[in-house]
Design a protein around this ligand. Sequence first.
Ligand SMILES: Cc1cc2nc3c(=O)[nH]c(=O)nc-3n(C[C@H](O)[C@H](O)[C@H](O)COP(=O)(O)OP(=O)(O)OC[C@H]3O[C@@H](n4cnc5c(N)ncnc54)[C@H](O)[C@@H]3O)c2cc1C
Length: 294
Amino acid sequence: MYPSVIDNYVRPKSVDEAIAAIVDGGEDAMFIAGGMSLMQAIKSRLVSPSCLVDLQDVSEIKGISSDDTGLRIGAMTRYREMANADKLRGAYGALVDAAAHVGDRQVRNRGTIGGSLCWNYIAACTPAACLGIGASVELVSRTGAKRTLVADDFLGSPLETAREDNEILVAVTLPTPEPNTGSAYKKWGLVADALPVVGVAVLVQTDAAGICLRARVAFSGLGDGPCRSAAAEQVLIGARADETSKIGEAFEAAAAELEVQADMWADEDYRRLLMRELGKEVTATAFNRAETGS
Ligand SMILES: Cc1cc2nc3c(=O)[nH]c(=O)nc-3n(C[C@H](O)[C@H](O)[C@H](O)COP(=O)(O)OP(=O)(O)OC[C@H]3O[C@@H](n4cnc5c(N)ncnc54)[C@H](O)[C@@H]3O)c2cc1C
């Protein structure tokens, strides 16, 4: 289907210009990043923006940098760059895993972390990975005011976030990781190059003996959108990588705790099976990364 008429297309060069353009564009103006989700939504007339503010020339929100406090990933950083980012490996390897397996090569060359988080599609990988690794997002409003939200507060139900109209997401931030921290993400879908049925992100921080001190467990593909399992996190604390029955118990607890839906891709039992099996595999990888740092 052809999109309805888009009256205006603007290509700002800075965040300030982008904010000015979205305000000038009126109520129906929308930002466009990689266009991987938005163009489909426009073509199917799920949304009908009168003005598109294209962020592809806003260089100040591109790329991955680090300082004493941690890592900063610009909102316009594309999956391809995250998939190859050595800075993210180990503690934040979940984001590398997610980015490396999003869609196909074309999608990874275009899609951005900011677009994925702002769209917050039910089965999207990046929101669950960001939730799993404890990321935060930085937003700038039309008045220029900045605010930072943890992913838990930013991400809502599918297609909903705490972003206000005209607010631009400028960056995703991650604290300098504690020693012996590792994370991993894995998805399973009916088609390898597409959105998953279920995805699991796990972060563990261990002591020098390999005992888990802190855990975060997040899922994609569940009906309520990206979510954490407090029950699984609780069981993982105190576990070691070789305690496979305890790790299995953690994902039994997640499957019992979280609301699971049936749809045309999978019934409830199959989704729970994926949560358990992917969970165990991803946790083993996260422990390994915590130990080896890579
Ligand atoms: C064939 C195909 C396969 C895919 N497979 C997967 C997959 O396996 N896993 C997965 O997770 N995803 C998958 N996707 C979705 C993909 O990840 C999208 O790239 C992503 O959801 C949107 O990112 P984008 O940069 O393209 O954003 P866009 O589509 O340009 O924008 C999405 C939304 O975010 C808003 N937005 C964008 N940037 C900002 C910003 N900085 N501030 C405020 N608002 C902003 C836009 O206004 C729009 O509402 C797939 C998509 C396709 C087409």
